[in-house]
Design a protein around this ligand. Structure first.
Ligand code: FAD
Length: 481
């Protein structure tokens, strides 16, 4: 059977690939063996055209991994639909042949979400990149999944509106928290979703609603395990009249967090408040030729009117001084603001530069803000004791922080130590009433931790939802649950 399939596949390949790679892919392909690959691939081509399907090894490899350290699990085929109708038609074929579907955005996830654990078909949404409907008076816009934040904001340039975060990623999306208007709220209003059997649904019609279950949030957090998101209506916000950026150093993590709490308690409508630990600041100083004191540091951003901002900045400075903050500097003009925030913006690359030739992998947890100093101090001790490089950057306003682990992927001992460290970190967060991930999602890597966090009963509810929406377990199998 495998050899027969191999013969079919060799005829169908559009790019050169080795027989050994193909053979091993077929050996893994428990689902695909049940259907005829030849017929399946022809059916895909009938929907998306010859250039919308690839069986090439390099292409499959590229779509079988993200930015995490999880090993590559290539899909059997990659398809590039251009519309919801095409996604639905492709899903129907997969459903009929019991082929897994793995949605793929840009592959920048950090928990192994795009690996094809059981082979199957990668649905790359890259070609669905249109901005569809802009309603300026309603402050919303409908976009396809390939639209990036940059592209959307370029489109919105002359409207006086903007979208402050990344796309409606089915992981948690790029949500620098403590943001004023959207804090604690999802940015997606309505989603169009293609279910495993090809059915197309919409999750919500109106911006404000009390009608029925909140399907929007269910699908936003589903990491491709419940359906393929093909459109999202996103909330937009007015471009602020003025912006101020500020930076302040602190003698301890506790002092930085206390300042954050006091700023929030004072009702200052802070737009962004980000934390870097001393190791991260040191790395940024070296990488970007800066000279910040090597100590815990807050990066702040204020949005508002010229007059309002003056008051916000002056109260914030007072608060930081009351918490032993030093070197408070702030700026209004674009160039100086960019310079002040350069350390924060370059943090990823600065961390990487600590160990040239190594890889970076970010893990995140979130705790109630009052527990942040304790968990950060314990985590830094853990890193030192285990000889690991893991500078810390946090969205301190809501207790969420990332350890940017810099490691040698070819050193199995170090990879293992990082793995154990991330588990300890997550368990430390759980012990402090936190969560094993505030942003990056569960993917492949945090499934056991999710179970520990929610307990068996909540897991059963999730499994029931999954079974109801995807009874054949075709949507991104092996992830989340
Ligand atoms: C340098 C760096 C910094 C980062 N910083 C942050 C940060 O500050 N905050 C934060 O939240 N995240 C951060 N991330 C991780 C972030 O979650 C991802 O980069 C991004 O949200 C994932 O989008 P993607 O399109 O690349 O998803 P992919 O990696 O392509 O996919 C992620 C998951 O979503 C599923 N998926 C993708 N598209 C769809 C779709 N259309 N329908 C259904 N399921 C789909 C996939 O199957 C997979 O399970 C960072 C990553 C990097 C590399």
């Amino acid at each position: 059977m495998a050899l027969a399939l191999l013969r079919h596949m060799r005829c169908l390949c559009t790019l050169p690939r080795t027989v050994a790679a193909l053979q091993s892919s077929i050996d893994k392909r428990s689902y695909a063996e049940r259907g005829s690959l030849e017929r399946v691939v022809s059916a895909f081509r009938a929907v998306v055209g010859d250039d919308g399907v690839s069986l090439g090894a390099a292409v499959r490899e590229q779509h079988g991994k993200d930015e995490s350290v999880h090993s590559c699990q290539p899909p059997d085929v990659v398809v590039w639909p251009r519309s919801v109708e095409e996604v639905s038609a492709l899903a129907k074929i997969c459903h009929h042949h019991r082929l897994p579907i793995i949605p793929f955005g840009t592959g920048t996830g950090l928990e192994g979400g795009v690996g094809a654990m059981k082979g199957g078909v990668c649905f790359s949404l890259r070609k669905m990149d249109s901005v569809l409907d802009l309603h300026q008076e309603d402050f919303d816009v409908t976009v396809e999944p390939g639209v990036t934040r940059k592209a959307l904001n370029a489109y919105l340039r002359d409207t006086g509106l903007w979208f402050p975060v990344g796309w409606c990623s089915p992981t948690a999306a790029w949500l620098p928290p403590a943001r004023r208007a959207p804090t604690g709220r999802r940015h997606q209003v309505n989603l169009e979703v293609v279910l495993a059997d090809g059915t197309i649904i919409h999750t919500q019609r109106s911006r404000k609603t009390a009608a029925g279950y909140n399907l929007t949030n269910l699908f936003v957090g589903s990491e491709g395990t419940l359906g393929v998101l093909t459109k999202a209506t996103l909330r937009l916000y007015g471009v602020p009249e003025a912006l101020v950026s500020a930076v302040c150093s602190f003698p301890s993590v506790q002092a930085a967090v206390d300042s954050t709490v006091h700023i929030l308690q004072a009702g200052i409508p802070i737009a962004r408040i980000e934390f870097l630990d001393d190791v991260m600041i040191d790395a940024c100083n070296r990488y970007s030729a800066l000279s910040y004191p090597v100590s815990p540091t807050l990066f702040l951003e204020f949005h508002g009117t010229e007059r309002g901002l003056e008051e916000q900045v002056s109260i914030t400075e007072e608060i930081t001084q009351g918490n032993c903050g030093s070197d408070f500097s702030w700026a209004r003009d674009t160039e100086t603001r960019a310079r002040l925030w350069k350390a924060r913006h370059d943090a990823w690359y600065a961390a990487l530069a600590l160990r040239p030739g190594c890889r970076a992998y970010a893990t995140d947890v979130c705790v109630p803000i009052s527990h942040l100093p304790q968990i950060i101090v314990e985590t830094k001790k853990d890193l030192t004791e285990n000889h690991l490089t893991g500078p810390i950057a946090g969205h301190v306003g809501d207790g969420n922080f990332h350890c940017l682990m810099v490691l040698d992927p070819h050193d199995p001992d170090e990879v293992k130590r990082v793995h154990h460290f991330t588990e300890r970190l997550a368990r430390r967060a759980l012990a402090l009433d936190g969560t094993c991930t505030g942003e990056h999602g569960v993917g492949l890597g945090k499934r056991a931790l999710l179970r520990e966090e929610l307990g068996p009963l909540a897991m059963e509810v999730m499994q029931g939802l999954k079974a109801a929406l995807d009874p054949k377990n075709l949507m991104n199998p092996g992830k989340v649950l």
